[in-house]
Design a protein around this ligand. Structure first.
Ligand code: ADP
Ligand code: MG
Length: 213
């Protein structure tokens, strides 16, 4: 286990996320078929496959460049709300990491918080609106709390992953107030939010990669 996130770790994280979204694409799309338009898994898996192709074709020289390449690729390859939201997450995370070589826990937290902040700015959702933010905001808060209490990086990202999973599960009873699912009103309750589900995968693959590094 390591106490800093390197370029190789970020590369491995996003490849792991690509593999996991491919594996879970049918489930994510099934979630989206209940309260959306049944494209979330296919959208994200297609976008992440394009990310892997891009990383193979032109390996970025540092973490900020890698995050920028991921963001640009998702924005151009993924239709739908989640493409521009995940795209801006990675673009802003990359900007926050500008000039950094490796990311220690605090720098990782700052990059993720900047990314999540851009999803808030762009999508104007609040906690409890039944969106990806219901997984991502608690994850970043848990990361911060764990680092503040002196946890090692691996333990802190694992705490973030647990918080994201809990946030995903907590979307089930909620009524959606943003995105396509909000068109269903009360009928959106009783289903997990697909974006919260994919965001929990994003944080889990980060934890799995950091703890394996
Ligand atoms: P679309 O809804 O355009 O088909 P996707 O199916 O790929 O896009 O993604 C849907 C997910 O996007 C939702 O489950 C939700 O988590 C997320 N989402 C939608 N609108 C917003 C928003 N305004 N803010 C944050 N997340 C959002
Ligand atoms: Mg959809």
């Amino acid at each position: 286990m390591t106490d800093a996130v390197t370029l190789a770790t970020v590369d491995a994280w996003l490849r792991r996320f690509a593999a996991e979204t491919a594996e879970q694409a049918a489930w994510l799309t099934e979630l989206d078929s209940a309260i959306g338009d049944a494209d979330h898994g296919t959208n994200l898996a297609r976008g992440m496959a394009a990310v892997v192709e891009k990383l193979d074709a032109a390996p970025p020289a540092d973490i900020p460049a890698l995050l920028k390449a991921v963001g640009m690729t998702l924005i151009s390859k993924v239709g739908g709300a989640s493409g521009s939201l995940y795209g801006s997450f990675f673009l802003e995370a990359g900007k926050a990491a500008a000039g950094a070589d490796d990311l220690d826990g605090r720098a990782l937290e700052a990059a993720l918080r900047a990314g999540v902040g851009s999803i808030v700015a762009r999508g104007k959702a609040e906690p409890g609106d039944k969106t990806m933010l219901d997984a991502l905001l608690p994850a970043v808060d848990a990361l911060q709390a764990a680092l503040t209490s002196g946890s090692a990086l691996g333990d802190a990202v694992s705490a973030a992953s647990d918080a994201a999973a809990a946030g995903r599960d907590a979307t089930e009873p909620l009524v959606a107030r943003k995105g396509r699912a909000s068109y269903l009103g009360e009928r959106s309750a009783g289903h997990l939010d697909p974006g919260a589900a994919s965001s929990a995968i994003l944080v889990k693959t980060l934890a799995d990669t950091v703890t394996a590094a």
